[in-house]
Design a protein around this ligand. Sequence first.
Ligand code: PA5
Length: 469
Amino acid sequence: MITINYANMLSTRVGPHGLDEARIAPGSAAAEGIKSLTQSLAKTKGTNWERWYNLWQEPMRSEHVAAIKPIAKDAQKYENLVVLGIGGSALGNIALQSALNPATHNLQSSKDRSGPRVFVVDNVDPVYLDSILKVCDPKKTLFNVVSKSGETAETAAQFMIIRERLQQALGKKWASHVVAITDPEKGTMRTICDQEGITTLPVPDGVGGRFSSLSPVGLFSAACAGIDIEAMLDGAKAMDERCSNEDLHKNPAAMLALLLVEMGTRKGKPNHVMMPYCNSLYLMADWYRQLWAESLGKKFDLNNEIVFSGFTPIKALGATDQHSQVQLYREGPNDKVFMFLEVEEFDTDITIPTSADGKGIEAIEYLEGQSLATLLSAEKRATEYALLDSVRPNMTIQFPKVDAHHIGEFIALWQIATSYAGLMLNIDPYDQPAVETGKKATFGLMGREGYSEWLTKVNDALGETSHTI
Ligand code: PA5
């Protein structure tokens, strides 16, 4: 079970930079507030844009698993799985693959790795896409297009490129090398799939991109690569049960949200750094960045008042960034909260050998016979202490192990914390109105019909300048 140690967030440890224990004590206004927020969530979860809570509940859970498994089984005949998508349609895939498969998955021989090589193409950088397509023979590749709307320019462009490559390689059978994950009923991708007979899996209604990693959006590529998707859903369900408790001190998502919102809004700490001491969790921090940024960064609250809410999520890696960022973290502005991700038991450990001739060099002899996991854990504890010494609030999210169950717990923890934070900030965590301007301007610049006014707007605003050096 994932746990959160938040002692270093309290004023008893970091003075005025922390929260007074009385503020969150049983019976406090905050603890009473959590009761009513939990009651309110109990009514709304599973409805409207909170239908992502259904992903690990019956019947949706079994429907998805049953739909995914045979297609993922069939995908084993391919050498490559190339996932096309961006934002919420890609970040969950990337995070799950990097958390639960070895970093060298794609370098292993087909008999040593679990499933096809997996590439998640989440950009339209031509060099990047070209380099992936060069090593993925279309005849040996399954392309998994993920787009709820089907209209996202980046994913649409990628899809059009691979469609041509597949048509050239396979002729009329091209569509058999595509699995699309899209809206079950409407949208551009749905129309294409229906016309071309492309196999599809659903992005269910009421499940936005950044809340979709435990839907077929993230589960399909995970299942193809041998990840135990049912264990992941079990983990999410278990976390949801813990987070249904009205008692703040028994509800990890409510506590996480409360601590971060209080720090961000009352203690001048709007920068929230996630720092895994574990390489496989590093890209999970990218998934968190989208969830926390896009959900909470809002100009208007639900009363239509201008609030400019939100916190800046930052990622760092321990121990690597101790040699890059910690100087700033300790002596720069005290405007951050640090969230360490720590793993109790690594799948593998390596012992640092003693010197063969028995003559160690004094300065590094202390390492002999110790393990890398012990060193990493000492580095984390040392950094925790160093931050505390500089009165920098921090907490530790502890994983007993990095496995499918605990990853499911972690995803649900953050999604539920995000819904609590939305309620605390009185904003809508499920929309992203500010993303639209850039999308429309891109349509205008790329000549899409009906968007020419955007071309004019962009060119007027970004006209010729002499301020270039
Ligand atoms: O979280 C979100 O809603 C976004 O990041 C979307 O997932 C992203 O824009 C891709 O959208 P779509 O799946 O419609 O292509």
